[in-house]
Design a protein around this ligand. Structure first.
Ligand code: BG6
Length: 369
């Protein structure tokens, strides 16, 4: 069942290229029109949506943060992202023109179910992104886009996360096409670009041994900070969550721009800081700013682990360790950038002798509020 791996977690990390490929497969009809799996509302209703609120918990919520960047850019619709349990109890402003996107691996997370019910009671349409056919959330939703990650056994989510992000890009492209923000050629080139992602994810998994070596040496660290900007901000938060869940190490993810507004006070000699660097070929000011954040923490004694694109030489003078990721457009980079962080947490927990599949105090699906 574990496919020759010592743990489900490792197997599921290795399943990720397939999870992305399977989630992408068969999404366009003969005319190149994207489609959802289930649609119980008229497309004309989706054309009139003027706000999107993504609700989810845990790792799924970080996929939602990535969705915000993509959907706002491609569709020019404002997107909010909120933890389902916060959304439910704050009287959110939603109406018939709000699309609520609920992301859940299991489809049975009670916090997310209650938020879905609340949204529908207020007249909002709900679209589910879910990995489990026939579970509660897709059954109650008005529309469904299934992720095809296959069953995920390890409590901490990995392959479902990559599949969720992939589904969010597909949803963004679907809405952009439906609403006339993107046309045939643009959609095709986006799908082509997405089609290259499984191989890139596999390439990062190929660096597992090197990542495991670094993780083994850090088994005793008390705290790790993660920094990222733009789409790498949710990646930083997910990297920190994985380390908390698997290795029981204090970890926090920050928006790199926020460093100077507080977190930099935490940096002293030997503090491990993981920095996810955006592509230097993308919006260049982002890259330069993150490189200067690495310098700032390094100058204060931090040990830096840098996730940077192949060929990015600017980070070299400031990195104690570099994990390389293949060249990828900025918006799609979370799919590759999160993989070294998953492997890092998994191997660090392994080095501590912990049960990575069943971390203490956690359940795969939390069916109480
Ligand atoms: C948590 C799981 O409690 O629920 C996480 O441990 C998961 O791994 C979160 O991300 C949300 O679960 P789901 O099934 O709604 O995606």
């Amino acid at each position: 069942v574990k496919g020759g791996f010592a743990t489900f977690m490792e197997k599921e990390i290795h399943d990720q290229p397939l999870a992305v490929a399977d989630t992408l497969r068969g999404r366009a009809d003969a005319e190149g029109r994207l489609k959802l799996d289930e649609l119980r509302i008229d497309e004309s209703v989706l054309r009139l949506i003027n706000k999107i609120i993504v609700i989810a918990c845990g790792t799924a919520a970080y996929a939602g943060h990535v969705a915000k960047y993509a959907i706002e850019l491609w569709c020019r619709i404002p997107v909010e992202v909120e933890l389902a349990h916060e959304f439910r109890y704050r009287d959110p402003i939603v109406d018939e023109k709000t699309l609520v996107v609920a992301i859940s691996q299991s489809g049975e997370t009670m916090d997310t179910i209650m938020a879905v019910r609340h949204a529908r009671e207020q007249g909002a349409k709900v679209l589910a992104i879910c990995n489990t056919h026939g579970s509660t959330i897709p059954r109650e939703a008005d529309a469904v886009l299934y992720t095809h990650a296959g069953p995920e056994v390890a409590v901490a989510s990995t392959k479902a996360f990559l599949a969720q992000i992939t589904a969010c890009y597909l949803l963004g492209a679907y809405l952009a096409q439906l609403r006339g923000n993107m046309f045939g050629d643009e959609i095709r080139s986006l799908l082509d670009e997405l089609g290259t992602m499984p191989d890139k994810v596999a390439e990062v998994i190929g660096s597992e041994e090197e990542i495991a070596r670094v993780a083994n040496d850090l088994a005793d660290v008390p705290s790790v900070l993660f920094l990222g900007r733009h789409v790498a901000f949710p990646v930083a938060m997910e990297g920190a969550l994985k380390l908390k869940e698997l290795a029981y190490i204090h970890a926090e993810g920050f928006a790199a721009g926020e460093l100077k507004h507080g977190p930099i006070a935490l940096i002293d000699e030997g503090q491990i800081v993981v920095v996810i660097v955006p592509s230097p070929r993308g919006r260049n000011e982002l890259h330069a700013k993150v490189v200067s954040n690495i310098q700032e923490v390094r100058a204060r004694g931090a040990k830096t682990i840098v996730i940077a694109e192949d060929g990015d030489a600017d980070v070299e003078p400031y990195a104690d360790v570099i994990f390389r990721i293949p060249k990828t457009p900025t918006l799609l980079a979370p799919l590759v950038a999160v993989v070294p962080l998953q492997l890092f947490a998994c191997h660090l927990a392994g080095a501590k002798g912990l049960d990575v599949d069943q971390p203490r105090n956690l359940a795969k699906s939390v069916t109480v509020e």
